[in-house]
Design a protein around this ligand. Structure first.
Ligand SMILES: Cc1cc2nc3c(=O)[nH]c(=O)nc-3n(C[C@H](O)[C@H](O)[C@H](O)COP(=O)(O)O)c2cc1C
Length: 276
């Protein structure tokens, strides 16, 4: 006897029986007359992690004021409120008519953004100011916005904090979905469970990374500087690049040129070094 049961897939499947803990954000936009609009959005993910083109992906109901404003103006701000502002966040979720600034019914303070026209929210400890990179309208479904992050803005006190202290200070709520689109559930990170990544029990990380072309000494030396978890990907990309350039050998020059063109700067390497 299996303990499992298959469930019918219905609209809003992702927040129906399936539980999907989510980030809570309030997106601020301007309508075509310059009136501010705000609404909570949780269908949000990082889309491109490289510094060269940092982007986010967000899913909207296509007739939401936020989606319409983003299409018309090309700008929006993603504000992340603390759990202490959940009541105000929920206020902005109500179906106010077009042209109404939901923030006027909340305690949020609007402040000028650094790179875009819609305002940011003072009470939110982390904020991303975005412009539109691409919009995809799924048929009879979501409008997907891929936003380019123009600025990441955080409270000054957070900048030098370690992650644990930052998690506690920011106190970001975690969205736990809703019951019939009426009752919304949230939780906070009261229990922090920590794990150190460590090394695999056997086999060397990155040992599956094999070159199929000839690499000169200069390039090989640089490859050894790449953290092991990234080595396989770097070899594949570099060899592909060398073939495109009709090179028979991967030289230091080819390697440097590719690294520069994909924004593979020393910062990226550093992020993976500790795990390698
Ligand atoms: C916590 C929370 C998260 C939400 N996330 C989304 C979302 O990701 N996409 C979406 O289309 N609607 C989402 N909604 C619903 C919209 O916020 C709601 O329809 C709102 O009225 C839209 O406001 P607007 O028309 O001013 O943009 C969410 C609501 C809540 C309360």
């Amino acid at each position: 006897m299996t303990r499992k049961e298959e469930i019918k897939i219905k609209p809003f499947w992702y927040s129906d029986i399936w539980l999907w803990p989510k980030l809570i954000t309030i997106i601020t936009t301007l309508d075509k007359n310059g009136t501010v609009n705000a609404g909570p959005y949780s269908h949000i993910m990082q889309y491109d992690v490289m510094t060269k083109n940092p982007r986010m992906l967000i899913g909207f109901r296509q007739d939401s004021h936020t989606f319409v404003n983003i299409e018309q103006t090309g700008e929006f701000v993603v504000n992340c409120p603390s759990a202490s502002h959940l009541d105000d966040m929920m206020e902005t979720a109500k179906f106010y008519p077009e042209g109404i600034n939901e923030l006027e019914f909340t305690k949020f303070t609007q402040i000028p953004s650094k790179k875009v026209s819609p305002p940011s929210l003072e009470e939110c400890p982390q904020i991303a100011e975005c412009t539109v990179d691409e919009i995809i309208k799924l048929e009879k479904s979501s409008g997907i916005v891929i936003g380019k992050i123009e600025a990441i803005v955080v409270d000054k006190e957070l900048v030098d904090m370690g992650r644990e202290e930052r998690i506690k200070t920011m106190d970001l709520p975690i969205g736990m979905g809703d019951e019939a689109r009426q009752t919304y559930y949230h939780t906070t990170a009261e229990t922090l469970i920590k794990h150190d990544l460590g090394q695999p029990k056997s086999a060397m990380q990155g040992a599956d990374a094999k070159t199929s072309m000839e690499w000169d000494n200069d390039a090989t030396e640089m490859l050894m500087g790449v953290p092991p978890p990234l080595r396989k990907m770097v070899i594949e990309n570099t060899e592909e690049f060398a073939v495109e350039k009709k090179e028979k050998t991967v030289t230091g020059e080819v390697f440097r040129e590719l690294a520069k063109s994909v924004g593979m700067d020393p910062d990226v390497m550093e992020r993976f070094r500790s795990g390698g």
